[in-house]
Design a protein around this ligand. Structure first.
Ligand code: ARG
Length: 562
């Protein structure tokens, strides 16, 4: 609430002759609407006790008539109770189409990398969180004025190709590939990998030799190999695009590992020249990181000269530095790669790279088994496929809306709302429990609960299209909790961005929905008398704006009906 901070600031200046930044917190309602610790902050510079400073401030603040009540609490906190009508007019004067957004990141560039799935397998729930978190973080950075570049770091390099052709010729057929596309490729991949390891146990190499031959053929530009490679890659990439479209996420760039692998060789050469890397006797190349506090060095080239995951990542970092000049790069990748990324970033530092490289990690998605135990989400067939999960979510959404006539488009919004919100239901670092009933619970902490509140408020607004304007002689007492909540929104965005924690927006939206439901219990809108009605509708239209905007950051849309 700007008018309050500015006012306290001017009173402090008048009384003590100091410019002090004021921050407000929201105490428990019984103490007031806002609280500030400014007296404690001033104690040292002024050489007075915080309580004395607080009392002086309080009597001046009281005189202003701006507050219902101002009190000193504890060692020198100042609690303020404000008039709802003041909050309403403050909001009105700060309101705009970009309410909540800011320009903190202006002039800075961030690269956000997500969801980065692997091409050899169908899209599974393993890449649900990278996509959701990445998309939300991208939206947060945009809302705070950053220049945002998005890049899908596809896992499209290395062995899959040889395994695919060998397996396709041995275990599959044209018909199966035509019919099942990427699912057949995934099946072939798994079956061939299994056959390869069985063969190895027997001490044979027939299949493994085939894999190698196809890889060599591809490298030497063999037409048949090229045709297979293009075909398989197209099938897989089309599938990834289809799933991302359903998830309603996208990226501007799609520079996968295969794009960077050839650049890796030069990068490793550079590391050797500058002495950052050293070559082992067997020819492999490592970057020692003991000076950065790691016992384990980072392997950047195998003894046979092949590029590794770290090699392509090294090339990626250098490429982005040279072409994009980012101030920050955010990698949205699960917690299991934490150690890897700390090593990678340590290596970057050794290379003199000062860009803020940030691993945005998150926990696993768990499921509850019938016997009550909890484990990483899986299906009878192994991983849970993304398309199947989304189909199931849509079926569940249909069930939840029951007999009502809801469009397919709205059903998919509800389904996605439930699935995505579960990602933000707690701090991203915790494992989430994926439970169909609770993610759709219309009375709980769920996406559909908030969507429903937003649909309801939009319905009231569309049923009453006439007037939604503030009125100066209305007290807004009934709307106070809601107005205070709307007033918090810009800070919520700021904090969420600072900590890269989109779940803070989710929690906030839930509280807003809850406040709104309480409001309906006591207050009439549609059949209120005209002056009150207009003022109430004006508040509700702000609520509607915040729901749409906040859910939008999480990648969740408001259905037109539900
Ligand atoms: N494809 C990888 C995986 O699925 C994630 C890539 C993450 N990004 C990176 N620059 N290493 O595990």
């Amino acid at each position: 609430m700007k008018y309050i901070t500015e006012h306290i600031q001017s009173v402090a200046l008048e009384l003590f002759g100091v410019e002090q930044d004021i921050s407000l917190t929201r105490p428990d309602v019984q103490f007031g609407d806002f609280s500030t610790n400014v007296a404690m902050q001033l104690a040292k510079p002024l050489g007075k006790s915080p309580r004395d400073i607080a009392s002086e401030l309080v009597s001046k603040l009281q005189e202003s008539g701006l507050y219902e009540e101002v009190t000193v609490a504890g060692p020198g906190f100042i609690n303020l109770r404000v008039l709802a009508s003041h909050i309403a007019s403050d909001l009105e004067s700060n309101w705009s189409e970009s309410y909540g957004q800011n320009t903190d990141g202006a002039g800075k560039t961030v690269v956000v990398e997500y969801p980065s799935p692997n091409m050899a397998k169908p899209y599974s729930v393993g890449h649900l969180r990278p996509g959701n978190q990445g998309w939300a973080v991208k939206n947060l950075m945009e809302a705070t004025g950053w220049n945002v570049m998005t890049d899908d770091h596809l896992g499209d390099y290395g062995a899959p190709f040889g395994v695919w052709v060998t397996g396709f010729l041995k275990f599959s057929s044209e018909e199966a590939l035509m019919r099942d596309g990427v699912y057949e490729l995934g099946r072939v991949y798994i079956e061939t990998k299994k056959a390869l390891s069985e063969e190895k146990e027997r001490g044979e190499t027939e299949l493994a030799d085939h894999v190698q031959q196809w890889l060599i053929k591809l490298e030497s530009g063999d037409e048949e190999a090229k045709a297979y490679s293009e075909r398989f890659n197209t099938i897989s990439l089309e599938h990834i695009h289809k799933v991302m479209k359903r998830l309603k996420i996208s990226t501007e760039y799609e520079l996968g590992e295969a794009f960077f692998a050839p650049k890796g060789k030069d990068a490793v050469q550079k590391l050797l020249e500058t002495g950052v890397a050293t070559q082992n006797e067997d020819g492999s190349i490592i970057v020692p990181l003991d000076d950065m506090g790691f016992d384990v060095p980072l392997l950047v080239q195998k003894s046979n000269g092949a590029a590794l995951y770290a090699t392509t990542d090294l090339a990626t970092i250098l490429y982005r530095e040279e072409n994009w000049h980012p101030d920050r790069v955010i990698y949205c990748v699960g917690s299991e790669q934490q150690f890897y990324f700390t090593q990678l970033f340590a290596m970057a530092k050794k290379l003199g790279i000062t860009t803020d490289l940030y691993h945005l990690w998150f926990g696993f998605i768990d499921q509850l088994n019938e016997d009550g135990t909890r484990e990483k989400m899986s299906s009878r067939k192994g991983v849970v496929l993304m398309e199947e999960l989304l189909d199931q979510a849509e079926a569940k959404a249909r069930e939840v809306v029951g007999e009502r006539d809801i469009s397919a488009d709205d059903i998919s919004k509800i389904a996605l709302g439930a699935v995505k919100f579960s990602d933000f239901a707690a701090d991203r670092r915790t494992n989430i429990l994926f439970d169909w009933d609770s993610i759709f619970a219309l009375t709980g902490f769920s996406g559909p609960y908030i969507q429903y509140a937003a649909v309801r408020v939009n319905k009231i607004l569309s049923d009453n299209p006439e007037a939604a304007s503030g009125s100066p002689d209305y007290d807004y007492e009934a709307e106070k909790a809601i107005l205070l909540k709307i007033g918090e929104y810009p800070d919520v965005i700021r904090l969420s961005t600072r900590d890269l924690e989109p779940h803070k927006i989710a929690t906030y939206l839930y509280e807003l929905a809850r406040d709104l439901n309480r409001y309906y219990e006591t207050t009439r809108v549609s059949d209120a008398e005209p002056r009150e009605k207009a003022a109430r509708l004006a508040v509700l239209s702000k609520v509607s704006f915040v729901f749409t905007h906040g859910l939008g950051i999480l990648g969740i849309e408001v259905p037109s009906r539900m």
